[in-house]
Design a binder for this molecule. Structure first.
Ligand code: ADP
Ligand code: MG
Length: 260
């Protein structure tokens, strides 16, 4: 078994309309890493995730999960190993109850109803919404929907969690709950986001995408402290790393977070 759980090699992806979204993206991710993928709108973040999970397939280059090439014929294995939480939870929840949504994946893999129940209840407990199991997903709040979407993924027991903008549209309390949840999950994680404060808390490593190419792949703090790089890529330091706008006091970021 390869030491690298994800290997992306010279990935090129062009949409059918001719729009080149990824141009020669190469990186490896090890077991247990949490990696933030950042970049301005249109940088190629979502396209990259969709190539990793096998919703899109490269025009050139390849993606491997462990030793398995991501291609149509390996998709059922890949889907067990990699779970994606979409940007819009409504894309992930389509059954009449939360329970049935979380049960959908395990049932598809023909597990016994007892094992399905086991997985559903464990996943709902992990994300803290067992009490919502009989509710219709469309009646949940944004934070509850996001938790339910994560439960649908956890129920498949994946090794890798891939999340596209997971904190978008969450209120501060739901966002905090989500960050605490993600921190408690032992999975290898890839998170695309504009929420750089969350990246600071969860990821030791960041990959910066700009116009479909990697411009930097390094430790989170070294990237966030590189103001020129951030500006050139349409980004700016996380709020918690910006100096006080009133008195100019510098933030002691290295003492607050155990990263660097
Ligand atoms: N379905 C699509 N058809 C054509 N071009 C697309 C499509 N989806 C995204 N793109 C283009 O691909 C590029 C990367 O988009 P995307 O991966 O969504 O970026 P990000 O997630 O970083 O905002 C952008 O130029 C975007 O306009
Ligand atoms: Mg996107």
């Amino acid at each position: 078994m390869s030491h690298n759980i994800i290997e992306v090699k010279n990935l090129n992806y062009k949409y059918p309309d001719g729009n080149s979204a990824l141009n020669g993206v190469t990186f490896k991710i090890n077991h247990g890493e949490s990696v933030g993928i950042i970049g301005a709108n249109g940088a190629g973040k979502s396209t990259l995730l969709m190539n990793i999970i096998g919703i899109l397939f490269p025009n050139k280059g390849e993606v491997r999960i462990g030793d398995i090439l991501v291609e149509k014929k390996t998709l059922s294995v890949i889907r067990k190993k990699v779970g994606i939480v979409f940007q819009n939870s409504d894309d992930q929840l389509f059954m009449t109850t939360v329970y049935d949504d979380v049960a959908f994946g395990p049932r598809n893999y023909k597990l016994s109803e007892e094992e399905v129940k086991n997985r559903v209840m464990t996943s709902l407990e992990t994300v803290g919404i067992s009490h919502l199991k009989d509710r219709p997903p469309y009646k949940l709040s944004g934070g509850e929907k996001r938790a339910a979407a994560i439960a649908t993924v956890l129920a498949m027991n994946p090794d890798i969690l891939v999340m596209d903008e997971p904190t978008t549209a969450l209120d501060p309390k739901s966002r905090r709950r989500l960050i605490n949840l993600l921190r408690s999950l032992p999975h290898t994680k890839i998170i695309t986001t504009h929420d750089l404060d969350m990246v600071l808390e969860l990821c030791n490593r960041v990959i910066v995408l700009n116009e479909g190419q990697i411009v930097e792949d390094s430790s989170t703090l070294s990237i966030f402290e590189n103001d020129e790089l951030m500006k050139n890529c349409g980004l700016e330091r996380p709020l918690s790393m910006q100096n006080c706008p009133i008195c100019g006091t510098k933030k002691q970021i290295k003492y607050r977070y155990n990263i660097g």
